[in-house]
Design a protein around this ligand. Structure first.
Ligand code: GTQ
Length: 345
């Protein structure tokens, strides 16, 4: 590939004239914005251990009352982007949120889409669009773009969950904003029961529902049972993985980020091909070793790591006796919608 001219090769006076008129020569930067063969990611393979993070989050509960935080969150920031950017990858934001007994994180709605994956504690709930979703460990609760949501806590121990948002992308688009609201009236339970059985959907008097987000709560007990059943029914399956989808149409449950759960069978090592979207792995149950490029992360329960796009990933179950269960978030709906999705085998 040809060596291109550098900025320093241009006369100072010429550069000053360009700058004065808001003009920039492309050629000194061309290889940076269009690198050959593969992008140069800012996203670095990064791991956040729950054991390290948890005491700092509990301390946040002592230092900052909920009224002063609105959302009491420690952001899992990727140093490759700069911590102040608060991003795990180009489009994924991760945060660990703490809610203490009796607290309410007040109602709001915003343009970025969010999901919560419950990490520990009982008794808290999110009310999303009037649907009360009770939080249990491993549950996934959606708060898609524009839907009102607040979090409350009737239990007696701290509750912690992982927030996954497409905030970095929506912020980059200059489309990120929030509206504050009132405590919501409750009128349902997030569709978790209405869509409990795969293959059949509510169809009162033969009319299918046309809500964009029919199901807001995916209980872990059901997802875990689905993985176990799949592993048993199809022992030769390449990967025991299920996607969180819209049960009315089978499409991704949200517009920008995709979510799935994966079981590593006892002793299993699974090689994921390099794909264009960045990924996040959060360990729900068991123990794994995750290899991303040259980085090797041991993941214990509630640990989280991220992988840049275009990197192959190796997932190993650290137990030869027990399955390991992972929650995965990735940017694939975004890449597919935009036509840049790639798999490199
Ligand atoms: O719980 O609504 O981690 O609005 C960041 C922004 C959580 C939330 C975050 C939010 C929320």
């Amino acid at each position: 590939m040809l060596e291109l001219g550098r900025l320093e090769d241009l006369p100072e006076s010429y550069r000053a004239a360009l700058t004065a008129h808001n003009l920039v020569p492309l050629w000194p930067s061309l290889r940076a914005v269009l690198p050959p063969g593969k992008p140069i990611p800012r996203t670095r393979p990064t791991c956040w251990s729950y054991e390290t993070l948890r005491p700092l989050l509990i301390q946040a509960g002592e230092l900052t009352p909920i009224e002063k935080a609105e959302r009491r969150v420690l952001v899992l920031a990727n140093p490759g982007h700069g911590l102040e950017k608060m991003q795990a990858s180009s489009s994924i934001y991760l945060g660990m949120q703490l809610l203490l007994p009796g607290e309410i994180a007040p109602a709001h709605r915003h343009t970025p889409n969010a999901v919560r994956l419950i990490v520990e504690g009982e008794g808290a709930y999110s009310t999303v669009d009037g649907e009360k979703c009770e939080m249990r460990r491993g549950d996934l609760i959606l708060t898609p773009t524009g839907l009102w949501h607040e979090h409350g806590h009737d239990g007696d121990e701290p509750v912690v969950w992982l927030d996954v948002l497409d905030l970095p992308l929506v912020y980059y688009m200059e489309a990120s904003y929030v509206e504050e609201g009132e405590l919501q009236a409750v009128n349902g339970d997030g569709g978790a029961r209405a869509y409990l059985r795969g293959g059949v959907v509510p169809s009162p008097v033969f009319e299918r529902r046309d809500q964009r987000y029919p199901m807001l709560h995916y209980p872990w007990a059901d997802v875990r049972a689905a993985l176990n059943a799949l592993a048993e029914a199809e022992p030769d399956l390449e990967a025991v993985q299920v996607a969180y989808v819209n049960p009315e149409n089978g499409g991704d449950c949200e517009n920008i980020l995709g979510f799935s759960a994966l079981m590593l069978r006892p002793g299993e090592t699974l090689a994921l091909p390099a794909r264009s979207p960045a990924m996040v792995f959060h360990l729900i149950e068991g123990g794994a070793e995750v290899t991303i490029d040259d980085a090797v992360f041991p993941l214990s329960e509630a640990d989280t790591c991220c992988a840049p796009g275009y990197s192959p990933v190796l997932l190993s179950n650290r137990s030869a006796e027990l399955p390991t269960y992972l929650f995965i978030a990735d940017e694939s709906p975004l890449h597919k919608k935009l036509g840049v999705y790639e798999v490199r085998r």
